[in-house]
Design a protein around this ligand. Structure first.
Ligand code: F6P
Length: 319
């Protein structure tokens, strides 16, 4: 394979730039030409494609976001636009494509793969919601960002002897809540994978209060099926404890990637290019038990994510 393309798609994630740097520089060292596609699938449809050089990805390793920009493309769901994208790739002579993104981006990639394009998926999303890989790029940074928030909120929450519900991102996956909750010593962790038991939450809040605890931290994943404001009011009514809601939102998606995300992104980005170089059919790159792996793109998308019940139980035990 001589000429490859790369795009970032869907929600940005810290470490996407590190992955891009690895893709471009690995490709160039294998004597490939690497083309950057701006604005995800939208930019592909518009032919926003330019050649990347070694220096094009200088000074980006430490930067959050994506220098290629990203987008969510509605029209790419339609077959006529998928065909149009294939034509554009052919026009530019791009033989293989690396897609850095999450679930939706991989699904788009699979559509192109079904039309004969070789597509390598690199998991870039803070959500950690892809079943075939233990971790996605951006997740570690997002969890660390939430941890910083928890520590700030803990100060003010303790001073006022309040409870705080912190709503974290993750779409339908509770991993950000679970990891940040365990690492941040949350009193209650609410994830979409487990039902909400109001009585149990209230008991925990009151137990903390009577044990002389100054604060109560409740981490709630956004995918939990009750609006955060409603939950907050209900808990305040049920316990009589002053309860506030905090929704950090996009703060979790920005920021300089952690060491872990930079290393993961570099390893995964490089692996994706190596797979193209080796003329492998479409695959998704991941990490399993500490090793960089790859599996068939379609199978990767079909794999269900295991919920870390042991981690959840431990968080409950230690709270
Ligand atoms: O997939 C990343 C993510 O930040 C999710 O956690 C969140 O549900 C969603 O994107 C928000 O999407 P948007 O950027 O379209 O508001």
């Amino acid at each position: 394979m001589k000429r490859i393309g790369v795009l970032t798609s869907g929600g940005d994630a810290p470490g996407m730039n590190a992955a891009l740097r690895a893709i471009v520089r690995t490709g160039l060292s294998l004597e490939m030409e690497v083309y950057g596609i701006r604005h995800g699938f939208e930019g592909l449809l518009e032919g926003e494609i330019q050649e990347m050089k070694w220096s094009s990805v200088g000074e980006i390793l430490h930067r959050g976001g994506t220098i290629l920009r990203t987008a969510r493309s509605k029209r790419f769901h339609e077959e006529k636009w998928q065909k149009h994208a294939v034509n554009i790739l052919n026009t530019f002579g791009i033989e293989g494509l690396v897609i850095i993104g999450g679930n939706g981006s991989f699904t788009g990639g699979l559509k192109l793969a079904e039309q004969g394009v070789t597509v390598m998926g690199v998991p870039g999303t803070i959500d950690n919601d892809l079943g075939y890989t233990d971790f996605t790029i951006g997740f570690d940074t997002a969890v660390n960002t939430v941890l910083d928030l928890i520590s700030n909120i803990r100060d003010t929450s303790s001073s006022h002897e309040r409870a705080t519900v912190i709503e974290v991102m993750g779409r339908h996956c509770g991993d950000i809540a679970l990891h940040a909750g365990l690492a941040g010593g949350a009193d209650v962790i609410l994830v979409p994978e487990r039902p909400v038991d109001f009585n149990a939450i209230c008991k925990e809040m009151l137990r903390g209060k009577h044990a002389g605890k100054g604060h109560n931290l409740i981490i709630k994943a956004e995918g939990v099926d009750i609006p955060t404001q409603e939950l907050t009011q209900k808990l305040e009514e049920m316990t009589g404890i002053d309860t506030r809601a905090v929704v950090p939102g996009y703060i979790q998606r920005g920021g300089s990637p952690s060491q872990r995300d930079r290393v993961l992104a570099s390893l995964m980005g490089s692996k994706a290019v190596q797979l193209l170089y080796d003329d492998m059919p479409s695959r998704a790159v991941g990490i399993s038990s500490g090793k960089i792996i790859s599996c068939d793109l379609k199978e990767a998308l079909e794999m269900e994510r295991d919920f870390a019940q042991n981690m959840y139980d431990l968080a409950v035990l230690l709270s």
